[in-house]
Design a protein around this ligand. Structure first.
Ligand SMILES: Cc1cc2nc3c(=O)[nH]c(=O)nc-3n(C[C@H](O)[C@H](O)[C@H](O)COP(=O)(O)OP(=O)(O)OC[C@H]3O[C@@H](n4cnc5c(N)ncnc54)[C@H](O)[C@@H]3O)c2cc1C
Length: 403
């Protein structure tokens, strides 16, 4: 039996950032396990057609969090990153306009602007109607029938491959919030008004894919990182993992669904894990270079399988082509020789009852000395900078107050 203060499950950004923060605090009694043969999780990259491709979808580093930049620059210094000002587009009515739609309607022909302005003007929110609790109803309440029908509902049906009313509204603070007044002003003054969405400025490596920095963080852990080792068993009573690693605290950043086959747990917790929903995403490469300056483009047309295009040539220097993101349930048959990577766990889904469901799991975890971390530990749709920031804070907190 090997004894560690921390056994960390998962070597994505969360597990890696947690481990390196422990190390910076002088704590070396930890081990990280990951089922894949390379660190980085959803943020990994591979080479396709001579240049990097991010296999978990398009990945860009937001500049907002200094503690995150301080950590990642230790492994990939600032000079190795290129800063970009976000250009993201929406395809609608045969044209591409900037995201978010409500702030950029002025880019459409006048007749189309009127349709969409009328949609917002008649929306429930402006008529003082109460905010609905289900997502599809919220979309119509917030943006009106026309924008719901032509953009938000089809786009969300594509990405989630389920009725958007199965999702709640408690997470919608993450969506752009442009007021009707700002929309009107942008149409009159022909420029965007309202808060800019996430990634207004972002970093992407100059000579690598996004995965490179996480790969280096994995390498730097040496024999404290066991790659190719999946979770096979957990005994929560003794906090023993895979029959041979005994932990003071188990830090879990892998999907809870991996626990139901490997760990005893109360029926209530098992049932809660069974209610968690995730969406798988396929990433497909296409060698054509599109005539657009967009970094990424949203496409709500339900006749097309993918929902988002990543125009690699616009952020990865010297490259050509683009890749698409498609809910695996909608993916077309793969052409012979074409590149596809399937991410079985891509998006944790914000189902109506998710907050209560996750609470049940977290309460049990806390009672067993198990710390839930990251996208899958929290079952929260967070970007890698948020995952990293939370992991740094968690390591600092736990190191000061071990469970
Ligand atoms: C399509 C898409 C686009 C995104 N775009 C961005 C973006 O532009 N910018 C950004 O910052 N973030 C983006 N993200 C979010 C980013 O991918 C996550 O925030 C980040 O990967 C979370 O890190 P994590 O370590 O919590 O989870 P993960 O990266 O998912 O890591 C979990 C790790 O657990 C391992 N694991 C799973 N099961 C087991 C098991 N049974 N045993 C052992 N190991 C296991 C996995 O192999 C993986 O390495 C995007 C995500 C998606 C899906």
């Amino acid at each position: 039996m090997e004894h560690y203060k921390y056994v960390i499950l998962g070597a994505g950004p969360s597990g890696l950032s947690f481990a390196h923060t422990l190390r910076l605090l002088g704590e070396e009694s930890f081990l990280v396990l990951d089922k894949e043969n390379e660190a980085g999780g959803l943020c990994r990259s591979v080479e396709v057609d001579g240049k990097p491709l991010d296999i978990g979808g398009g990945h860009f580093l937001d500049l907002k969090r200094q503690e995150v930049l301080d950590l990642v620059f230790r492994f990939m210094p600032r000079e190795e990153w290129q800063e970009h000002k976000r250009v993201s587009k929406i395809r609608i009515r045969g044209v591409e306009l900037d995201h978010p739609l409500e702030g950029n309607l002025w880019q459409l022909p006048v007749a189309d602007q009127i349709d969409f302005l009328e949609s917002i003007a008649k929306a429930g929110v402006l008529r003082g109607e109460p905010q609905p609790e289900a997502f599809a109803d919220w979309i119509t309440w917030k943006l009106g029938d026309c924008i719901a029908r032509e953009y938000m509902l089809p786009y969300n049906r594509k990405i989630w491959s389920m009725d958007p009313n199965q999702l709640g509204t408690y997470w919608l603070y993450k969506l752009p919030d442009v007021s009707f007044r700002e929309t009107l002003q942008s149409c009159l003054e022909h420029k965007m008004f309202g808060a800019l969405p996430a990634h207004a400025s972002f970093l992407y490596p100059k000579a690598h894919g996004y995965g490179e920095v996480w790969r280096r963080m994995g390498d730097a852990l040496g024999d404290k990182l066991h790659l190719g080792e999946a979770l096979t068993s957990v005994d929560p009573a003794t906090r023993t993992v895979n029959g041979r690693y005994q932990a003071g605290t188990i830090v879990n950043s892998i999907p809870w669904t991996a626990w139901t086959q490997t760990s005893p747990m109360p029926d209530e917790v098992r049932a809660a894990i069974g209610r968690l929903v995730q969406v798988p995403i396929d990433v497909d490469y296409v060698a054509d270079t599109l005539p657009s300056d967009s970094h990424w483009t949203y496409d709500p047309d339900e006749n097309k399988s993918f929902h988002r295009l990543l125009l690699r040539a616009n952020f990865c220097s010297g490259s050509r082509g683009y890749w698409t993101e498609t809910n695996s349930a909608r993916s077309p048959k793969l052409a012979p020789g074409a590149f596809r990577h399937t991410n079985e766990y891509a998006y944790p889904v914000n189902t109506l009852d998710k907050p209560q469901t996750v609470d049940v799991i977290k309460k049990w975890a806390a009672s067993q000395g198990i710390y839930p971390l990251g996208r899958w530990g929290q079952w929260e749709h967070m970007n890698s900078d948020v995952a990293t920031s939370l992991a740094i804070a968690a390591a600092q907190e736990l190191h000061g107050n071990p469970v």
